[in-house]
Design a protein around this ligand. Sequence first.
Ligand code: COA
Length: 286
Amino acid sequence: MGEPGTSVPQDTTGAARRDTIWYKARMPGTPTPDLVVRDEGPVRWIRFSRPERKNALTRAMYQAAADALAEAQQEGRIRAVVFTGEGGAFTSGNDLVDFAQDPPTSEDTPVFRFLLALVRAEKPVLAAVEGPAVGIGTTMLLHCDLVAAGSSARFHLPFVRLGLCPEGASSLLLPRQAGFARASKWLLLGEPFGAAEAAEAGIVTEVTEDGGAEAAARRMAEAVAELAPSAVRETKALLRAPMRERIEEVLRAEGARFLARLRSPEAKEAFAAFFARRKPDFSKFT
Ligand code: COA
């Protein structure tokens, strides 16, 4: 964390909150931190903090988030991790400028490390979702244990619309969790859906009033943090065990196809259309 490769703990809270430590991940060339990691007692908060881009995720953000999550597994005092976003958005997904200009070429990328860190997390991972949760912003929730969402939160898996294909093991987990009909509607048609539907589909644990997701996630994180820690870890491991190996296989298989699709003419047309604020024209493709 911090300047890539460093951790910069700062106690910004004085005597009132001695247990609060901030780690700030400032990415090269940006005036403010894009990812903020804050420990509140036993709970680590990882905040996507790039509101001018609806918290679109850059490589540096994936790397810092993967490090913060992996490090939390080693730190005895941390008992739960919560992902959240700044400025009324969870995340608009992968930064499309990154995708268009400098697409990843191998599995050994920060986004893949981030997904693996999520899949391998032994401690409970939570999310507080307000506003858009696009692409990986939705698929990462399939690996979270408890998710709170404001009632206007908007979930979207626009991979096909971008000439891409599912990632994050969503082609395996979404039909299993939400049923095949909904998974097809969301992945094949790329239709967005709301918090109530996400809760019905088992992706969201609790729907709150708008602006209430963080408080709900905090309540759940603090509740789980009070419980017997090894019993919690063992229960999570048992819940996830039946799918664990398969998830990593699918993550890799999807990743290989996704990387190839990023360089496809269909994806290039979709990215050009996004930046020109026009509808993509896929009519010329066979
Ligand atoms: N990558 C890069 N820039 C992004 C982005 C992304 N994923 N998502 C949004 N932005 C940029 C917009 O281009 C816009 O930039 P501008 O101010 O220079 O025009 C700015 O962030 C604000 O976004 P805007 O679209 O104006 O906000 P909105 O509230 O109308 O819509 C979204 C929010 C998230 C619904 C919409 O931005 C969107 O659909 N983004 C693309 C999501 C996506 O396809 N992600 C990839 C998934 S694989």
